[in-house]
Design a protein around this ligand. Sequence first.
Ligand code: KG4
Ligand code: ZN
Length: 304
Amino acid sequence: MHARYGGVVPELAARAHLDAIAPTVDQALQALPRGWDDVDAMAVTRGPGLIGSLLVGTSYAQAAALARGLPLVAVSHLAGHVYSAMLADASLQPPYLALVVSGGHTDCVVLRDHGEAVALAATRDDAVGEAFDKVARMLGLAYPGGPAVQRAAERGDARRFPLPRTRLEDSFSFSGLKTAVRYVVRDLGAAQLDERGAPRDAQVVADLAAAFQSAAVDQLVSGLEQALERSGAERIAVVGGVAANSALRDAVRERFAGLRVVIPPLAYCTDNAAMIAMAGWHRLQRGGPDAPGFEVDPGLAEFA
Ligand code: KG4
Ligand code: ZN
């Protein structure tokens, strides 16, 4: 639905949520032998995200919790990503260092304890997932861009187009890298570009995708190195949609081979409801349910 626009259209997303939410929940309940009777509590995303979609989710969850007499907890989407590591490895406990890499975030946080996260490095401009999506667009690849760039990069030579790496003390920046790709494309000259402005030559696309992915992975790994030094953490989790990237998974495993590294399976990297349930369950143990009528928060920046 969003692919033809090259990005998420908020109004379409909200309407699609409205259509999809009841059948989605019904389908999930079919996996339980006794349906609703097997559910002890509900968790729902309060933010960050698009307000229309958040309102659909929280309204539905509040109504369902009320109707079923279930406790309801409101969860930060980012806490969901941080807790997704515990879905992958049930024995993982805080403290651990999490690199959160998604469409809206590139952050390093330490989950010191349940409910207690300390940010070490934050997103300065474009998030890494956003950079993948924008570069995919420049290269004429499909949306969402991450998987498309990864596939193209597999056939590419990362050394053909040297790209800069931005290293900052306490934040991640990907807009310089994105702009560098834009200049390489522009400098190919109009004859080399198609009507969308993307390179015609599939090998150029593959080589640029590989160069971008390699620079992005280098930046993430060196940011993680710095955060690790400052935090003294002994366990690392890499979470969020970009953690599905095989080059990043391999690079982190190789660079931190001596440490315990948890990277969830792909289904728990990209957005999913299981991670919200995991974060919500811990929140429920700690603070009990949220009072009915809580507000959504599109700009929420809470990691636990
Ligand atoms: O966590 P997520 O599913 O949604 C947000 O919370 O934003 O992350 C989505 C982002 C998108 O930018 C998408 O392009 C990126 O994750 N992504 C990838 C891969 N799969 C998804 N980026 C690089 N490589 C991938 N294989
Ligand atoms: Zn996400």
